[in-house]
Design a protein around this ligand. Structure first.
Ligand code: NAD
Length: 264
């Protein structure tokens, strides 16, 4: 493992278990020598996150519910006390009522629309407000998005609308924070079987479709995403900001079902 991230300190938000995209990213960063802190949502997840953090040599595991501004403030106050400065941040958080991740987008309720936007979009802006203050020597932040922001995907519904807003916010954040040497990028990951993904209707079918029709003829793993995140979080991408890097086995360039794809 290279020491690409030696001397760098990063906050990983959105680790739920060892299937989480946040775990793939954390492993890649720790492998490259980064020092990590983790935030988790709700006491129930603490007992899962503690041992995973320990596995990567971290004992900084802090609670944060991004729906609550006070909770975000408390997280950054605690981190400021421990570290003073922050070099990178990973936002791997999204949420919507799973009853609305099936059926028609047009039936989305106002309440779930607002909650989905708040937790999946505004939270990134909210954490960057605090992270900016700790990134006095510049920094790099990455959030996670999906192709359902760009094209209509079955069942993705309000989450697709939220990811479109998230991708737009990445560009605005990149402009605002670029003057301070802070880079802000997104990774558009192909479908991966995680806790969050299990809420999406017909997810197995979506996985099969991507496997048979993407140029690499496979699905991506959390390690694929981790390695690309390492690029965006490290100095290797020093000239890159406001970007949306597709880590999807190339699926986003395809316009039609592959000729060799079996019927599913
Ligand atoms: P995951 O379930 O492992 O992670 C989602 C995380 O969001 C969990 O850790 C959960 O605790 C956290 N979260 C939800 N509400 C929160 C709140 N109010 N406060 C704090 N944390 C909260 O699933 P994942 O697939 O690794 O998801 C990570 C990100 O990747 C999400 O933004 C998701 O939309 C995105 N993404 C996932 C896929 C996929 O196919 N799995 C593809 C593209 C993008």
């Amino acid at each position: 493992s290279s020491q690409l991230m030696a001397g760098k300190r990063g906050l990983i938000m959105g680790l739920a278990n060892d299937k989480s995209i946040a775990w793939g990213i954390a492993k890649a960063c720790a492998d490259a020598g980064a020092e990590l802190a983790f935030s988790y949502q709700g006491e129930a997840l603490k007992k899962r996150v503690d041992p995973l953090a320990a596995q990567l040599g971290s004992d900084i595991v802090l609670p944060c519910d991004v729906a609550d501004e006070g909770s975000v403030d408390a997280l950054f106050a605690a981190l400021e006390e421990k570290w003073g400065k922050l070099d990178f941040l990973v936002h791997a958080i999204g949420f919507s009522d799973k009853n609305e991740l099936r059926g028609r987008y047009v039936d989305t309720t106002r309440g779930n629309f607002q909650m989905t936007m708040d937790i999946s979009v505004y939270s990134f802006t909210s954490v960057m407000q605090r992270a900016e203050k700790m990134m006095s020597e510049g920094g790099s932040a990455v959030t996670l998005t999906y192709y359902g922001a760009e094209q209509v995907m079955p069942h993705y519904n309000v989450m697709g609308v939220a990811k479109a807003a998230l991708e737009a916010s990445v560009k605005y954040l990149a402009e605002d924070l670029g003057k301070d040497g802070i880079r802000v990028n997104a990774i558009s990951a192909g479908p991966i079987k995680t806790l969050a993904a299990s809420g999406i209707g017909d997810f197995r079918y979506i996985m099969k479709w991507n496997e048979f029709n993407s140029p690499l003829r496979r699905n991506v793993t959390i390690d694929d995403v981790g390695k690309s995140a390492l690029y965006l979080l490290s100095d290797l991408s020093s000239g890159v900001t406001g970007e949306n890097l597709h880590v999807d086995a190339g699926y986003h360039v395809v316009g039609m079902k592959a000729v060799d794809a079996p019927d599913i």
